[in-house]
Design a protein around this ligand. Structure first.
Ligand code: OFO
Length: 165
């Protein structure tokens, strides 16, 4: 079954949203590097990479269903944040926004009885649960280590192992 025009448009918008996420996290990586938190920066780099993979999942789905991926301008991310905690809090908020978008796409797919899109979107729904949980865990830990430079640096070192194990 070919992708409906409205679903094709909505998924193209989601390609943009996923690349916007990648750009946001790459922006956070750049700032965290400049603020001397190479571990947190590495975590954000890996996150940006995952977001690019998410965008490509929508890209391939559109192609496989006979549609045309349409790429549009990506919003520039902020250049700095108050602290690593502020950056991860912004990331958590952003993931909640993305989860809301994925849920809306699922609503559309259900209404249209588009089972192939529902299958793809179910993967994203599960992925969003994980994304929100992992960022929230980091936020909570950053709150705990607040005020202790030594603990903060140890945590930075720990998160820097992401993608390297
Ligand atoms: Fe693509 O999951 Fe985050 O934004």
């Amino acid at each position: 079954m070919a992708l409906s025009t409205s679903m094709e448009k909505a998924m193209n918008d989601q390609i943009n949203a996923e690349f916007e996420s990648a750009y946001l996290y790459l922006g956070m990586a750049a700032w965290l590097e400049s603020a001397n938190f190479p571990g947190f920066a590495q975590w954000m780099r890996a996150q940006a990479q995952e977001e690019t993979e998410h965008a490509m999942k929508f890209f391939e789905h559109i192609v496989e269903r006979g549609g045309t991926p349409t790429l549009t301008a990506i919003k520039a991310p902020p250049k700095s944040w108050q602290s690593p905690l502020a950056a991860f809090q912004a990331s958590y908020k952003h993931e909640q926004y993305i989860s809301g978008r994925i849920n809306k796409l699922m609503d559309m797919a259900v209404k249209a009885k588009d089972y192939a899109s529902q299958s793809l979107l179910q993967w994203f729904i599960d992925e969003q649960v994980e994304e929100e949980a992992s960022v929230d865990e980091i936020v909570q830990k950053l709150k705990m280590v607040k005020g202790s430079a030594g603990s903060l640096l140890m945590f930075d070192h720990k998160l820097g192992k992401r993608g390297k194990e």
